[in-house]
Design a protein around this ligand. Structure first.
Ligand code: SF4
Length: 229
């Protein structure tokens, strides 16, 4: 009960990109530091809307994306308000952490999620194993959550991800199309919409293409045996 224990003991902690500290009776939740200027105070009522856009004004379709706007804070008068603030920024994160710690987090395998897709997303199940790995690397590495459906033990500070999200499914769908006709890479453009994977220059798309289609490193130079005269 790492986070709940910290809330009960009123000790500072970090969760993803946010930091929580206690200032007398108030809990202060702050986003990534915004440089030399004092943080803007945001009310709990508008917090969900506020964190929907990143510093470029781009919509954030993935709440866990490491693209929270910089330089803001919310002051919470009670532990209940603090939990609400965390839930506005990272929906269900506290619930999933508690379930993981109790051992009753319901985890769904990536293949099960892809196989149950229908309509335009049914294509996603056709992505190869190598493609699925590259998609997880390109997207989940940009998210504060850690997939519980992958092999390995979660780090203690992790926010578990029990099931592939809709953004990963959308990436797997595009990536399945790219496997039959690989697009040319383009320079990454961080101002393009985060989940517009069909747009050349989209950061996640370019990271995927670089990881999946990169030419293997050259092998050792083969020397021909010298001819005998
Ligand atoms: S599937 Fe990946 S990107 Fe989506 S919420 Fe889980 S960890 Fe984050």
């Amino acid at each position: 009960m790492r986070i709940e224990a910290a809330i009960a003991a009123r000790t500072s902690f970090r969760l993803g990109e946010i930091e929580v500290r206690f200032d007398g009776p108030v809990a202060v939740v702050s986003g990534p530091p915004g440089g030399d200027t004092a943080p803007v105070e945001v009310s709990l009522e508008v917090l969900r809307e506020f964190v929907r856009a990143d510093d470029h004004g781009r919509y954030r379709p993935l709440p866990g994306a490491r693209t929270l706007p910089h330089g803001w804070e919310v002051r919470c008068a009670s532990a209940g308000e603090l939990r609400t603030a965390i839930d506005e920024v990272y929906p269900l994160a506290l619930q999933h952490i508690s379930q993981h710690e109790r051992g009753d987090l319901r985890v769904v395998a990536l293949d099960d999620v892809l196989q149950r897709q229908s309509g335009r997303y049914a294509l996603a199940a056709g992505l190869s194993g190598k493609g699925r790995e590259a998609a997880c690397r390109a997207l989940c590495s940009r998210c504060v959550r850690t997939p519980s459906w992958q092999e390995g033990t979660l780090p203690e500070e992790a926010i578990p991800c029990p099931e592939a999200c809709s953004v990963l499914i959308a990436l797997c769908r595009e990536a399945a199309l790219w496997e039959s006709s690989p697009p040319a890479p383009s320079p990454a453009n961080p101002t393009l919409p985060f989940a517009q994977f069909e747009a050349p220059g989209n950061e996640v798309r370019e990271a995927y293409l670089a990881a999946h289609f990169a030419a293997p490193p050259p092998g050792p130079v083969q020397h021909r045996p010298a001819r005998r005269r």
